[in-house]
Design a protein around this ligand. Structure first.
Ligand SMILES: *Cc1c(COP(=O)(O)O)cnc(C)c1O
Length: 289
């Protein structure tokens, strides 16, 4: 495996950063998870745009241009001879001292690109659906750490994941501070009711996922009515179908929420149709390498 760090490739065992890197010390940095399918990087520009937006928001200078970043991702995929890959792009504040002042990180930001395979959930879950639970830990407040920033500080979501796992569930629904459904720990949430699609808006606690946007695009093209609207837990319970979206998980059906069966208790027709259309889209669009 060849791992990219600041313009050079390293073998996995040699791919290391300083223990003074503020990415490690403080979660001070941003990241993206990207996928490639049959040598096409899906929505690469959208991911790189969002990476730069996250970095801009936390006043982190990415030491390269967007097109250099695109090239670095492509080079990493080629170096690893991967046709289908999960790519993790990381930019940290770099090496500083033990204080949290980012001005002490005098060197440049650390840019890391790892290309590997990932299977987030076993195949069984895609066929049978997930059982998920609403957890007490709410999504970060936008006025504290805006959920639009894909920051390296994922503790909010990890705590929610721990709560779900402690309850014997596969995933967690996180609410926003008003008590509306925000998203899951690394995935956006959708429900289907009377053949219409609903997903929470990107304000408050919901990250505007690129897979989420792709699903909205596919649904609109298929003339399915879509609503970006606040959703309550009650609306999830009485929905006909529920599914989650994210780059790593792709589209995964949900069949049980807080002990309530969703629809028939099997992945629904609209979910399966969208999964198929999404698969088709990944096969025909993307940056070629
Ligand atoms: C990355 C992420 C998602 C999914 O976004 P995609 O762009 O579809 O991968 C959803 N929620 C959170 C909290 C995330 O970090």
């Amino acid at each position: 495996m060849k791992i990219y760090i600041n313009g050079k490739f390293y073998e996995k065992q040699d791919a290391k950063v300083s223990v003074f890197d503020h990415g490690l010390l403080y979660g001070d940095g941003v990241f993206e998870g990207i996928r490639s399918y049959s040598r096409l990087v899906f929505k690469l520009r959208e991911h790189i745009d969002r990476l730069f937006e996250s970095a801009h928001s936390i006043m982190l200078d990415v030491p390269m241009t967007k097109s250099q970043m695109v090239r670095a991702v492509v080079e990493t995929l080629k170096a690893n001879k991967l046709n289908n890959a999960y790519i993790r792009l990381i930019v940290t504040r770099g090496e500083g001292d033990l204080g949290l002042d980012p001005r002490k990180c005098r060197g440049q930001a650390t840019v890391i690109i790892i290309a590997d395979n990932i299977a987030l959930y076993p195949e069984k879950f895609y066929k049978e659906g997930l059982s998920i639970i609403t957890v007490p830990t709410v999504r970060n407040l936008p006025e504290a750490l805006n959920p639009q920033i894909k920051s390296l500080n994922y503790l909010n979501n990890i705590l929610a994941k721990i709560e779900a796992v402690n309850s014997g569930c596969d995933e967690a629904i996180m609410l926003d501070s008003l008590g509306f459904v925000a998203e899951c720990t690394g995935d956006n949430i959708f429900i289907v009711k009377k053949n219409q699609l609903y997903t929470p808006p990107q304000c408050m606690g919901t990250l505007r996922g690129i897979t989420r946007d792709a699903i909205l695009e596919i649904a609109k093209k298929s003339r399915v009515a879509v609503h970006e609207h606040v959703i309550t837990r009650h609306e999830v319970y009485i929905s006909d179908e529920c599914f989650l979206t994210g780059t790593a998980a792709e589209i995964i059906p949900v069949v049980r929420v807080d002990g309530r069966m969703i629809g028939t208790g099997r992945p629904g027709g609209m979910t399966l149709k969208l999964m198929k259309k999404f698969r088709e889209l990944t096969k025909k669009s993307g940056v070629k390498y």
